[in-house]
Design a protein around this ligand. Structure first.
Ligand SMILES: Cc1cc2nc3c(=O)[nH]c(=O)nc-3n(C[C@H](O)[C@H](O)[C@H](O)COP(=O)(O)OP(=O)(O)OC[C@H]3O[C@@H](n4cnc5c(N)ncnc54)[C@H](O)[C@@H]3O)c2cc1C
Length: 499
């Protein structure tokens, strides 16, 4: 009964996209999800009548002909999703040291509006936009093309901070502009020492191309993909936590925590690779491969506030806000207790819009796992009073900082939900609640690069750790994974023919 061609572990975006492709291609596919709800970071949750997204707050490049739109057409998502275009003159507001700088959609708009705030920066902005475009051109799949490029690895080994610094030179205006251009670095957990330029460029290029919110939340992406997978003959099962994978006569035997057995010829792990390796029988994994995967560092985690607001008390913002109280935005992810939070990301969900007001707001900041390590062996709802006191104290600190920009937000709050790195760890199964999984490093790009195939025949990776995090990164990653089974030319032509 429980025999399939392919078992996919986890039901995050990468897993669902692989499930879609392979079930469409006639493979019998079964997706096993440990939680009672599907979607991983695509999940939305309800509190006090408001809906909050967990891990996809906005998406880029969704105009017809743009990258994500082209891929998601094949997946039946492009025409189906109810999207709200963010403010074209400002999709991200960067608030730096008390001054606000809008990032506009469209490359000319983007450069022109920043040139207004930074007179004399025209050359820097021209170089910057050209560099974004050249970088994307070097990654054919991001251009919806197949031909491979030679310059890809150069961009992967280029450090984002150093490259931006070399473009900015020593002019003080350009140095401040550099910080503004990196002001949304919560999107990639930017660190001076590590962030590769290609990661910076691919993400920023996508949002400058066009930026969108999901009117009914990110869960509609998961729901649409699941409906398609089921109608194509696949299965998506919840409350099936994969606990162990062993080999069985050239096949894989998968055991869940409730002792159910599944058998498949291929496995795709849409979960963190360090968790995936831990599921495999030790004899199946070469020591060198295990230690390479286990030695990879992860990106930082986050602390989040999900506020339900009194009617008419807070404006609906057609842009996100990235607020920094200092000027070194690249240091923000390393802030600890005394300096914390230093920075936050704030947005009003599209589903919360009530005319010009919003019924809810979501605020996030960085937080390292070491801050909550002492409660690492506790479970949700049973972490104890000292954890609750810690959480509330941090919520208060964050709200005090938000009050500087939005006075009265605390008195406008009706309901408050708080997430910490422990929430993320337990929610996604990612080590230490890391936001974007394995940290890609420009100085070590080969060591921190994960390929879809592994040294175990028939065992593959997908999801945000593979190619890159975020909607386009995970989508291209899923295509890379399924290409290992179907062939890239074959699959790409199918996707192209869907246009
Ligand atoms: C705070 C935050 C904000 C973000 N904002 C954006 C944004 O605005 N735009 C954007 O494009 N991207 C954003 N991202 C990134 C994006 O959400 C992720 O890159 C992407 O959704 C990850 O998908 P995934 O396929 O790797 O799986 P995940 O979403 O990580 O899902 C993994 C799934 O596997 C399940 N699982 C784990 N272990 C097991 C097991 N043993 N057995 C069975 N199931 C298991 C988990 O329960 C989970 O459902 C954000 C991420 C975070 C954390």
């Amino acid at each position: 009964m429980n025999r399939y061609d392919v078992i996919i572990i986890g039901s995050g975006l990468g897993s669902l996209l692989c499930g879609f492709i392979l079930s469409k291609e006639g493979f019998s596919v079964c997706i096993l999800e440990k939680h009672s709800s599907t979607g991983g970071c695509l999940q939305s949750f309800e509190r006090g009548g408001n809906s909050f997204d967990t891990g996809i707050h906005y998406i880029g490049s969704m105009l017809p002909g743009q990258t994500l739109h082209s891929y998601w057409k094949y997946f039946g998502l492009s025409g189906m999703l109810d999207l709200e275009r963010m403010n074209e003159g400002c999709f991200d507001m960067i608030s730096l040291d008390g001054a606000d700088y809008p990032l506009a959609q469209g490359f000319d708009n983007f450069a022109d509006s920043l040139a207004n705030s930074f007179p004399g920066s025209g050359n820097f902005l021209k170089h910057y936009v050209t560099a974004l475009k050249e970088t994307v051109a070097a990654f054919p799949l991001y251009n919806f093309e197949l031909t491979d490029s030679q310059t890809k690895t150069t961009w992967m080994s280029t450090n984002a901070w150093e490259f931006l610094s070399s473009m900015a030179g020593s002019d003080p205006g350009n140095r401040r502009l550099l910080e503004v251009l990196s002001g949304n670095n919560f999107l990639y957990a930017g660190r001076k020492a590590y962030t590769p330029w290609h990661q910076y460029a691919l993400i920023n290029h996508s949002f400058i191309s066009s930026a969108w919110r999901l009117k009914h939340g990110s869960r509609q992406i998961a729901q649409s993909l699941i409906n398609s997978i089921i109608s194509q003959g696949g299965k998506v099962l919840t409350k099936k936590e994969v606990r162990k994978i062993s080999s069985l006569k050239n096949k894989f035997q998968v055991e869940t925590s409730s002792n159910e057995m599944f058998v498949a010829g291929r496995i795709i792990a849409g979960i963190h690779p360090q968790s995936a390796i831990g599921l495999l029988e030790p004899a199946m994994v070469k020591k060198s491969f295990r230690s390479r995967i286990m030695s990879m560092d992860n990106t930082v985690s986050s602390f989040g506030l999900y506020l339900g607001l009194k009617p008419g008390s807070f404006p609906y913002l057609e842009n996100n806000l990235y607020y920094h109280c200092g000027t070194d935005v690249w240091a923000a992810s390393e802030f600890k207790a005394g300096q914390w939070p230093g920075t936050y990301f704030l947005y009003t969900p599209a589903s919360s819009r009530q005319g010009g007001n919003s019924s809810s707001v979501c605020i996030m900041s960085y937080m390292g796992f070491d801050e909550v390590k002492r409660w690492e062996h506790t479970m949700t709802g049973r972490r104890g009073p000292d954890y609750i006191a810690f959480r509330n104290e941090r919520a208060e600190k964050l709200l005090q900082m938000v009050e500087r920009k939005f006075p009265g937000i605390r008195s406008s709050t009706d309901t408050m939900e708080i997430s910490t790195p422990l929430t993320w760890r337990d929610f996604t199964g990612t080590p230490e609640g890391s936001m974007y999984g394995i940290r890609k490093e420009s100085g070590n790009y080969l060591r921190t690069m994960l390929l879809p195939h592994t040294k175990i025949p028939g065992f593959y990776f997908t999801g945000q750790n593979l190619n890159m995090h975020g909607a386009p990164g995970v989508t291209i990653g899923a295509i890379m994974t399924c290409s290992e089974i179907l062939g890239l030319d074959y699959l790409f032509n199918k996707i192209r023919n869907a246009q």
